[in-house]
Design a protein around this ligand. Sequence first.
Ligand SMILES: Cc1cc2nc3c(=O)[nH]c(=O)nc-3n(C[C@H](O)[C@H](O)[C@H](O)COP(=O)(O)OP(=O)(O)OC[C@H]3O[C@@H](n4cnc5c(N)ncnc54)[C@H](O)[C@@H]3O)c2cc1C
Length: 151
Amino acid sequence: MLAPRLAIIGAGLSGLAAAWKLRDSSVACSCFEKSRGVSGRATSRTRHDVRLDPGANYIKAEPEEIEHLLVEELPTEDLIRIPGDVWTFDESGSLSPGDPGLNATPKWNYRNGISTLGKLLAAGFRVTDFHVASTDLEDAFMHLTTGRVVQ
Ligand SMILES: Cc1cc2nc3c(=O)[nH]c(=O)nc-3n(C[C@H](O)[C@H](O)[C@H](O)COP(=O)(O)OP(=O)(O)OC[C@H]3O[C@@H](n4cnc5c(N)ncnc54)[C@H](O)[C@@H]3O)c2cc1C
């Protein structure tokens, strides 16, 4: 019988966390990502020398496995525990003190932005630059078709 192989479509934090969790298992993983870079919606950008997280902007340390992953398993040199409350603004630009429940719990990010988490998770394996357009199971083989025009 063939050893199990897993195709992970998308190198956002979900796909990367799955690959990370299986890194020492007998399941061989291949991860495919259509965008430039890893981390998906937990992305970071630089505008006018300012580092921004336009998607997810902090990581909650709940459940405790997340905190363990951040503080014990992954490198911590660039990890920051966000001090104080996270204020929010709405579409009119009006500021509010944020969600008291969320503000009461520890929140984390990285000096170079939240995409660092994706990069750290992806460090141990290869992410293939591939837009999966369709999947087709045939004779126990999964065929992945690309939608990208290869030049
Ligand atoms: C504005 C905003 C603020 C947020 N704030 C927070 C926050 O503060 N804290 C928090 O915990 N969460 C926050 N979130 C939610 C968090 O960003 C997401 O829950 C999380 O990043 C989703 O990860 P994911 O891997 O499931 O999906 P995604 O990040 O969407 O990753 C999916 C990946 O799959 C790739 N992909 C999709 N289709 C294909 C294909 N056919 N072939 C190859 N690759 C493919 C995509 O390019 C992408 O990289 C926020 C989200 C947004 C948008």
